[in-house]
Design a binder for this molecule. Structure first.
Ligand code: KG4
Ligand code: ZN
Length: 360
């Protein structure tokens, strides 16, 4: 670890977060179908970020095949870590800590990253820190590449919307690493809805990018799909919307002819985006959040990004697209804030495939 300093003016940083000058964290991510490693300096500056996607391997199954995913992580993880170190022009001895995704995610996939992190920690003497994958998605908003000028830092109280393949959550952050869960999906996650609806209307896997692409030529008003507002709560529900699309597809199929895929995709996407943006903005107003943060795979969606851009009444942060979907820079970023807070995890820690953010 390098010299520890507490600058006289650290207003943007929580009181219990002591900046460590030049702390470099190696992040490792293997929770689902991306094998990734990255080096991040001071929780913000990306020195390298390498992601090996398994998407082509799983496309033939129409979704992630867990055993195939773990096997591929085993094959890819060491070369990916080496590449991340090389691109940052560093050796492992110049790293200050290893941050690894501990959960939630696929057990067999998480174990590969975790065991790799433990092996590296044992061999190098470096501390290892287990990171919650949803927390990592949030911390993507603090990152920027070494070659770019620093981005404004998100300010607390911060309203965070996390929209991924497995989760849809609204969380209030009054400070670094603290999460007040306001609501979540009662059934399908937003990303899961994109994936299932894409399958229903015959688009490829992964469904999110396929729906976005098909929507380009479609009319979002062609079908008036339902929006589940769940008034009085900060929860979400997407299963009714998915069923409405299914009913429409059946009706159209009975009539014969080809499906209006673009109109179906655009109308579905509009319904999801409408609910996500409206509820997030309302929560930010009601809870007096200073700023909004959107993270997770679905935040890569163009229509969602444009809608926040048009409708946000306070500053909002959405990571660049490469940092919305799974990557290890976000794990290293979150790892830095835990590192400076003093977190060190024992080498016998286990993965937590169902680890809720609110239990951190
Ligand atoms: O965060 P992520 O990469 O992995 C999980 O933690 O789950 O999110 C993956 C999800 C998938 O459901 C995928 O369809 C969705 O994010 N996704 C998108 C887009 N890109 C990825 N959904 C909508 N539009 C996109 N452009
Ligand atoms: Zn994710």
């Amino acid at each position: 670890m390098k010299d520890i300093t507490r600058p006289k003016e650290s207003t943007a940083i929580a009181e219990n977060i002591v900046p460590v000058s030049d702390a470099r964290i190696l992040g490792i991510e293997t929770s689902c179908d991306e094998t990734a490693a990255s080096i991040v300096e001071n929780g913000r500056i990306i020195l390298s970020s390498v992601v090996a996607s398994q998407v082509d391997l799983h496309a033939q199954y129409g979704g992630v095949f867990p055993e195939v995913a773990s096997r591929q992580h085993i094959l890819a993880i060491y070369p990916i870590i080496e590449q991340a170190l090389q691109q940052a022009h560093m050796t492992i001895s110049e790293v200050d800590a290893i941050a690894v995704t501990r959960g939630p995610g696929l057990a067999g996939s998480l174990v590969v990253g975790m065991n790799t992190a433990k092996g590296l920690a044992l061999a190098s003497g470096l501390p290892v820190i287990g990171i919650n994958h949803l927390e990592a998605h949030i911390y993507a908003a603090w990152l920027y590449p070494q070659t770019e000028t620093p981005k404004p830092e998100p300010q607390f109280p911060l309203l965070a919307l996390i929209v991924s393949g497995g989760h849809t959550e609204l969380v209030l952050m009054n400070d670094h690493l603290t999460y007040q869960r306001l609501g979540a999906t009662l059934d399908d996650a937003a990303g899961e809805a994109f994936d299932k609806v894409a399958r229903l209307i015959g688009l490829g896997y992964p469904g999110g990018p396929a729906i976005q692409k098909a929507s380009l030529g479609g009319n979002p008003l062609a079908f008036n799909f339902p929006r589940a507002w769940l008034e009085g709560t900060w929860n979400f529900s997407f299963s009714g919307l998915k069923t409405a699309v299914l009913r429409e597809v059946r009706k159209l199929e009975e009539k014969g002819g080809s499906l209006p895929e673009s109109d179906l995709a655009a109308s579905f996407q509009a319904a999801v985006v409408d609910v996500l943006v409206s509820k997030t903005m309302q929560a930010a107003r009601d809870l007096h959040a200073k700023e909004i943060l959107v993270a997770g795979g679905v935040s890569a969606n163009r229509s969602l990004r444009d809608s926040f851009q048009m409708r946000a009444s306070c500053p909002f942060h959405i990571p660049p697209i490469s940092l919305c979907t799974d990557n290890a820079a976000m794990v290293a970023g979150a790892g830095y804030y835990r590192f400076v807070k003093g977190q060190r995890d024992p080498l016998n820690m286990d993965v937590l495939p169902n680890w809720p953010l609110s239990e951190i």
